[in-house]
Design a protein around this ligand. Structure first.
Ligand code: UDP
Ligand code: MG
Length: 320
């Protein structure tokens, strides 16, 4: 296969207003870094705006652009997977479509990769401009909790913005799971991975495509994919509650021996309600893992491609 020196993979969902500026800046950065030996892989993740026609137009005008149209909205992580599957470059840069991750950092990231002899250069957010306090706060908590419960050290405050070598990408592509938390999976792959600090810019246009519900799904996938700590929490909680109930039994027995057997509706209700809540919580947690197993066991393709505009050089699988 005739590999380009660099692939830039960009998942896009309703990013019509960003695409032209995106293409201009990415293309300039790529030309500055590797000349024409690059491909820009735009993945349309079932956008409901005019993103696809814009992508087709861009692909028709620039031979370095490949645009892939997924059959529907598969979600950020799967759209990105599709792009990574289909790209062919020796180096791979992952970028968001909204220009929050400045493409101009490419040359510095490549320099870092060479200097450090790294396979992955991941961009760490020093600062996040124009994002709500809520988003910053939940993100900060999320990365720290995740760090505590996972066995794989996943870098803090790091998105998917990163430069990867072909061998790291191929290793990543060998992981088959359906519920994908890509930044964690790349961390799991290993090789030499080094951070690269940057200031995250504001969105170029439009608004975030990660509402609260998607953020929570994302967080659950991360937790269940990279940690069994919640399951352990269940057994720990069971242990503590067993200890507590032994004490309670002693208390009741002593009370009975002293003759005050019937009493305490309040305490009975408290115990019943509390145990009910704990059991529901634990069941729900086990359910999360069970659901994950169920989804994995179906072994469906991760994504489906409807159309392609431009030359696809990577795997010809197109997801099915
Ligand atoms: N995205 C996608 N599919 C989705 C949601 C988002 O491909 O279902 C893309 C989106 O177009 C963007 C990237 O994922 O390129 C990150 O989304 P966004 O910028 O909205 O997230 P935020 O930066 O607010 O966390
Ligand atoms: Mg964004």
């Amino acid at each position: 296969m005739n590999r380009p020196a660099l692939s830039i993979v960009i998942p896009c969902y309703n990013e019509e207003a960003c695409l032209d500026a995106l293409h201009a800046r990415v293309s300039a950065a790529a030309h500055a870094a590797v000349g024409a030996s690059h491909e820009i892989v735009l993945v349309n993740d079932g956008s409901r705006d005019g993103s696809w026609p814009v992508m087709q137009r861009i692909a028709a005008a620039d031979p370095c652009v490949v645009a892939i149209n997924l059959s529907r909205n598969h979600g950020h992580q799967l759209a990105l997977t599709a792009g990574l599957d289909l790209c062919a470059g020796e180096q791979i840069l992952i970028l968001d479509a909204d220009l929050q991750d400045p493409p101009e950092l490419l040359s510095d990231m490549r320099a870092t990769m060479v200097r450090e002899g790294a396979d992955v250069v991941y961009a760490v957010r020093r600062k996040r401009d124009g994002e709500s306090l809520f988003k910053k706060l939940t993100a900060a908590i999320f990365y720290r909790v995740l760090d505590r419960v996972t066995d794989t050290p996943i870098p803090l405050d790091t998105g998917d913005f990163r430069l990867m070598s072909r061998r790291a990408l191929d290793a990543f592509l060998s992981l088959p799971e359906q519920a994908r938390f890509i930044r964690g999976m790349v961390a799991w792959v290993g090789f030499r991975q080094v951070p690269f600090l940057y200031d995250r810019a504001e969105r170029h246009a439009g608004e975030t495509k990660y509402p609260l519900a998607k953020m929570m799904r994302f967080a659950f996938d991360a937790m269940t994919g990279f940690s069994t700590a919640p399951l352990r929490l269940a057994s720990h909680m069971g242990l503590v509650l067993t200890g507590a109930s032994v004490l309670l039994m002693l208390y009741i027995a002593v009370g009975w021996a002293m003759g005050n057997a019937v009493q305490g509706w309040t305490s009975t209700m408290l115990v019943v309600v509390f145990l009910g809540a704990v059991q529901m919580f634990v069941l729900g947690m086990i359910g999360e893992y069970l659901g994950r197993l169920y989804v994995e066991s179906k072994r469906r393709p991760l994504y489906l491609v409807a159309d392609v505009a431009g030359p696809v050089q990577g795997r010809a699988s197109l997801g099915y």
